[in-house]
Design a protein around this ligand. Structure first.
Ligand SMILES: Cc1cc2nc3c(=O)[nH]c(=O)nc-3n(C[C@H](O)[C@H](O)[C@H](O)COP(=O)(O)OP(=O)(O)OC[C@H]3O[C@@H](n4cnc5c(N)ncnc54)[C@H](O)[C@@H]3O)c2cc1C
Length: 261
């Protein structure tokens, strides 16, 4: 069973709480109207987890609720798959909801912002670790390339510029791993700081990791540019992490909100 999580809309990504999707209660049922976009797994989803306003006036504090929607329900129109730069094995699409009766509400009415933040804390930590794994794989491939290739009569692995790129990657990996563990421990201890620490880990991995990935790719010259060698695919996949699960801008905003509180 595949459930796609749908919060983003065409005009509300980073500013998710300016979404237009609404849910109106009629008896015990809720009817949803709106349109979600850039949704992972939308074209193959059995169900959607849809975030919608039950009270626009209350906004994100008390006005946002979460619903389970059957993808086969009448009024549900799925768009896609949308072609994209990377992560091509994970289909992306949109979903339009026209007076769609939800299967059920998830959690209390108006409680979805807290639920979403908790889900994001988990997601940011787990996906930071996953993306760090991509950097580890590319670094090992680059080291292997450096071992097997000579320039100017010396192995690349013995050339100072090449060594520097690999050591930068090692420093990044060590720092990022520590931040991920730090955030995971905070989550394990139910600390309120886990939301902040997840953002710190996510921002570090996405922002610095992008630079490290580019340096690693560059260090192998044309080898890293060829699709058959896999590094360019890993680089394209990695770039998406600067956007999904909250862009770098969003992580900076979360971090600065803690430093001002
Ligand atoms: C691979 C991938 C998978 C995704 N999967 C899902 C999914 O499963 N479910 C889902 O709901 N969504 C999903 N998304 C959508 C994702 O959450 C949004 O793309 C993300 O929140 C950014 O929103 P946006 O694309 O509208 O960009 P915008 O929010 O418009 O941002 C564009 C740029 O402007 C910057 N920016 C934004 N606001 C400001 C501001 N006020 N001041 C200064 N700079 C700003 C951002 O940092 C960014 O660089 C996915 C996206 C990608 C790329």
């Amino acid at each position: 069973m595949i459930i796609a999580s749908a919060i983003t809309e065409k005009e509300s990504g980073s500013d998710a709480y300016s979404m237009k999707t609404t849910a109106v209660k009629n008896g015990d049922d809720y009817y949803l109207n709106g349109s979600k976009y850039y949704i992972t797994n939308a074209p193959i989803a059995d169900y959607f987890l849809v975030y919608a306003f039950t009270d626009v006036n209350k906004g994100s504090i008390g006005g946002l609720s979460a619903f389970l929607v059957d993808a086969k329900q009448s009024g549900v129109e799925v768009m896609g798959p949308l072609e994209k730069m990377g992560l091509r094995t994970a289909q992306m699409g949109g979903v339009q909801l026209k007076n769609v009766k939800a299967i059920c509400r998830l959690g209390e009415e108006g409680a979805a912002t807290a639920m979403f933040n908790e889900a994001m804390t988990w997601e940011r930590i787990i996906l930071s670790a996953l993306n760090l794994g991509i950097v580890v794989r590319v670094k090992e491939q680059v080291q292997q390339f450096g071992e097997e290739n000579n320039r100017g009569g010396k192995k690349l692995n013995e050339q100072s510029e090449f060594v520097e790129v690999v050591s930068h990657a090692d420093v990044f990996l060590e720092n990022a791993w520590n931040k991920i563990i730090y955030a995971a421990k905070a989550l394990d201890e139910n600390s309120k700081q886990s939301f902040l620490k997840a953002s710190v880990a996510k921002l570090l991995v996405a922002e610095q990791g992008e630079k490290v990935m580019r340096q690693l790719q560059q260090s192998t010259g044309a080898y890293g540019y060829l699709s058959k060698n896999g590094i360019e695919r890993d680089y394209r996949d990695f770039l998406a992490f600067t956007i999904y699960s909250g862009s770098n801008y969003v992580q900076n905003k979360i971090i600065s909100s803690f430093s001002h509180s």
